[in-house]
Design a protein around this ligand. Sequence first.
Ligand SMILES: Cc1ncc(COP(=O)(O)O)c(C=O)c1O
Length: 395
Amino acid sequence: MSPPPDPTLDLDGLDRAALRRSRGEKWTTYPEDVLPVWVADMDYPVADPIRRTLQAAVDRPDLGYPIHPAPTDIPELLATRMQECFGWRIEPRRVELITDVVQGMYVALQQFCREGEGVVVQTPIYPPFLSSVRTMKRRLVENPLALGGEGYSVDLEGLRAAADADTRMLLLCNPHNPSGRAFRRDELEGILAVAEERDLVVVSDEIHADLVFPGRRHVPFASLCPEAEARTVTLTSASKAFNIAGLRCAVAIFGSDALRQGFLGVPRHLRGGLGILGIEATRAAWREGGAWLERVLAHLEANRDFLADFVARELPGVVHHPPEATYLAWLDCRSLGLEPSPYRFFLDRARVATSDGAAFGEPGRGFARINFATARPILAEALERIAKSLRDPRP
Ligand SMILES: Cc1ncc(COP(=O)(O)O)c(C=O)c1O
């Protein structure tokens, strides 16, 4: 059972001056007068069990080489967590530690797909899905999500048509960034049917799995059935939900020994090494971070609802479907004709740094993404500035 929530965790009282002094890219990329609501880092303080673990490692000091292959209990911890959170049984021996999720995508592209072969991605999508396929010289096969009055859904007919005989892989993002969709079981089963027809390896990025709001449940793709598991590499980490992306520690879960062997064909030193702090912070997050996460999720849900309400009242013409998961809001600004892009417009006129929708693929053009994992006063100010820039668009 998780301990009671920490009443001292004041998520709305964040110190803006302290945030400005942080060295991560979120607060350092833009000038001081710009409010950053772009990259997917949360502004919240790290969970106390993680802070204590890191502090103890520095005090001891315990900053030497981690033993490799790391005899950590992370595979077992992860197995317990997957069972408890999602009712998914995984084999600890099929878990490998990697430095980050995007690295796992590159290794999978290298090992399970040849140059020129097709890789399906569902656009608009987190930009590394696009750049990894292009950088590795695989063929990008786009299967845009369908956008209707209720929001985004999987276009299964489009997927079937897009995945030709030369397509080897599907890079799935579930929950999906930037749409915030947590795909339903029947949608995932539809995807599986196509993956089986075309014999695709599925690489499922589930890094946002812990950030699903009430009313939805995360369904791991590999948990659908043994056939799904056997063709899937699941990539995840504690970094998004526990806000420790700078520590570089993630996991790959293989649905078969053959997938594991194939992935490990890339020499360890090419895959890079993990730091001891990332490993220890991940252990602390998964063992003791439950209460913090509960509290943060409640705050995120309230911020999500506040943002949705604000957009409906104060940003006429902007279309927004509240996310089912993630702390990312995806604003459809196409009807406003903001030039040269909503991103540039909001940066120049509102001094708010959003993420540029165009970076998420062609269907993202005319959209802006807002990260709402911050104190309410900061979020409110960013939204007010945007509203003002639209009311009075003179430079
Ligand atoms: C869907 C998704 N995958 C991967 C990442 C990055 O993960 P990592 O830092 O482990 O590469 C992010 C970061 O925002 C993300 O949203």
